[in-house]
Design a protein around this ligand. Sequence first.
Ligand code: ATP
Ligand code: MG
Length: 167
Amino acid sequence: TGDGKGKTTAALGLALRAAGHQQKVLILQFIKGCWISGEVRAISSIPQIEIKQLGSGFIPFKQGKPLINPELKMEAEQALQYALEQAKNSSYDLIILDEINNMVDYGLASPEQVLNIINNKKPEMVLVLTGRNAHPKIIEAADTVTEMKQIKHAFQHGIKAIKGIEY
Ligand code: ATP
Ligand code: MG
């Protein structure tokens, strides 16, 4: 969690590490940008890692607050249900729920829904959650928590999102 850059890419690093040991990895992206990320292209050539983008992914914002509509809420419910199902019943060694903390932050998921996934996962499975503003209950439930702290970001100096760095 945290406001600094590197959360999703750190999780992808773990996926790579696990795949190198022939472990099976599932990456579920809860919120995606409007472009296809480099990681999605690269991962398609790694057989042990599967990556899925859930929902339409694009969340409209107004004055820094997300505009939640019934359609988004329904997509979020389906995405959470899918994640729960995979955590409970699949044979993945590692599941990454990318940006799921934001879902809670935006009110698209309750902390209890995420805790339910954590509490019902297969015991030997590793679950990684990313996203800003991790809920205190989720922080408490986790074994390991890292906060990416922003010192500065190129965007603040007028540098727009760079291919290969931001997406
Ligand atoms: P990355 O995907 O690079 O590991 P992240 O997952 O930590 O970053 P998110 O909070 O998910 O970052 O943000 C998604 C994108 O927004 C990233 O590409 C990141 O570089 C960019 N970003 C992060 N902080 C800022 C900022 N302060 N201003 C503009 N863009 C930012
Ligand atoms: Mg991210």
